[in-house]
Design a protein around this ligand. Sequence first.
Ligand code: MN
Length: 227
Amino acid sequence: MNFVASSPVLVPIQNTDETYPVNRLFFVGQNYEDHAKEMGSETNKESPFFFTKSPSAYVPSDSAIPYPPGTKNFHHEMELVVAIGKPVFEVETEAAKQAIFGYACGLDMTRRDLQMEAKSKGLPWDMAKDVEQSAVLSEIASVETIGHPESGLIELSVNGEIRQSGDLRDLVNSPAELVSYLSSFYHLGPGDLIYTGTPSGVGPVLPGDHIEGYIQGVGTIKLRISD
Ligand code: MN
């Protein structure tokens, strides 16, 4: 036998030679009212819900990924991502904010058809969400360099056409509130990332598509679906 351990997942930190080693990838569902509405639902600020993806689902910005198997409706979701920099457990919002190391642009790529089916049957979302190469992430910009983005455009285009356009001020739970809430369930720490939800306008992508995302004050992200 000659098994080889998988390499750690390392995300570049903007304007440095440093990297951020990934431990866990958390995703919040329906954290913008207009997206909840398009999913036939409504938000609940007091009880956000989360799902996770395997760290091996990480893909750096500027990658080309194949159209995944098992779906006929592979969707883009453009999201602000929070990178935690300090250990936190059962903390209030202010302490949670102090624990944020930085922010990035992320794409939560989703097998929407499988998600809808799972939802209607009350089944888990793993096959819909924990898709290989579905956790796309830009470089991380540190709080030291960009501060805490609290408002500003969050946008996504496919082949140059705007599909999603929202504002960070419409996040139902802010990054710090999400960190605080999750810290009552997990001992969070460096390496834990939270995708903070997507604005409305999610939709399908096809082989050959070019996806580009932008968050004001944070950065950009790109993904191509290979032919
Ligand atoms: Mn999402």
